[in-house]
Ligand binder design. Structure first.
Ligand code: ACO
Ligand code: LMR
Length: 264
């Protein structure tokens, strides 16, 4: 009989061996001819299925809203400094991307994990937040450097508005909003931030689309797919900042002494 040599790699998301490449079994010509968007491509390559239009639209909205947030945020700052040190596009981009993590842009997965666990266990926002405090863990998805009760994050409002009129259920988002009401009673800047809004709403997307089993949802949350949305989105802005600095022929950046507290 046939002897099959063992393979060193298993891959399940794409195939380039035929006449045309396929993403999750969908040939490139269908992707183009049927007018798929980047949300559909993400849904094929990350989730290995075609999600309904409102889901792929939501993914696209996340990408657009998180593409940039000005030059002062951690990621853009690193990218700008790197570009001004004369480094190439990829170096400037990854230098910015490396700042994405638990404090900046990379709190989406943990927000989804903690909101899901607390909501599924029917914890009141008080119980959830106070329990996190006892454990010494900041609530992922809550808090912002410049946004506050009186200066809400427009991105969060836009995501919530879209979901309220397009998702079958916004249970997790409503839970996150209740958590926000409680944290806002403690301090003005403890708003639901864009990471928390995406984290909670993606739980609603996964549960409400009817396209994922409970086990698949747990796996997506546990592996941590969702920070990928911010990484992908912010790459657009970081590439823009690199081009901007090069176009402006900006010199090497050196931080001013006056802005450093030199002390013993
Ligand atoms: N949960 C509970 N308490 C908090 C939280 C939170 N998420 N954030 C701030 N606090 C409280 C704490 O008491 C903190 O004191 P501590 O330093 O003793 O813990 C106090 O507020 C002051 O915190 P600051 O460090 O001054 O807050 P800062 O403005 O620097 O932090 C940040 C902003 C980093 C976003 C913070 O709120 C945080 O860690 N949030 C959780 C992570 C997160 O969601 N990051 C994504 C932000 S959105 C984005 O990056 C696109
Ligand atoms: C962002 O999207 O980069 C921000 O929410 C973080 C910030 O500090 O403004």
């Amino acid at each position: 009989g046939k002897v099959r040599a063992p393979t060193h790699i298993i891959s399940t998301i794409s195939d380039d061996r035929g006449e045309e490449p396929c993403y999750a079994g969908v040939p490139m010509s269908s992707i183009i001819e049927q007018g798929y968007g980047v949300g559909d491509v993400i849904s094929l390559l990350w989730f290995k299925r075609s999600l309904p239009r409102y889901c792929t639209k939501f993914i696209e909205i996340c990408i657009m809203l998180c593409a940039d947030h000005g030059p002062c945020v951690s990621g853009a700052h690193n990218t700008i400094v790197t570009a001004r040190a004369g480094k190439d596009l990829v170096s400037s981009l990854v230098s910015g991307l490396l700042t994405i993590g638990p404090r900046f842009g990379g709190a989406i997965d943990d927000a989804a994990r903690y909101f899901k666990d607390a909501c599924d266990r029917n914890l009141t926002p008080y119980e959830f937040v106070e329990d996190m405090k006892k454990k010494g863990i900041r609530v992922p998805g809550i808090g912002h450097r410049i946004k506050s009760r009186d200066n809400r994050d427009k991105r969060v409002e836009l995501l919530q508005k879209f979901a309220r009129s397009n998702f079958p259920s916004v249970k997790y988002m409503e839970y996150a909003v209740q958590v926000e009401s409680y944290t806002l009673s403690k301090a003005n800047n403890l708003v639901l931030n864009v990471d928390g809004a995406i984290g909670s709403l993606f739980l609603d997307l996964l549960a409400g689309s009817g396209m994922f089993t409970k086990q698949e949802i747990d796996e997506i949350v546990q592996i941590g797919y969702l920070n990928g949305l911010f990484v992908l989105a912010r790459s657009i802005g970081l590439i823009g900042h690199t081009f901007d600095q090069k176009r402006l022929k900006q010199p090497l950046y050196r931080h001013p002494w006056e802005d450093v507290l030199y002390t013993k």
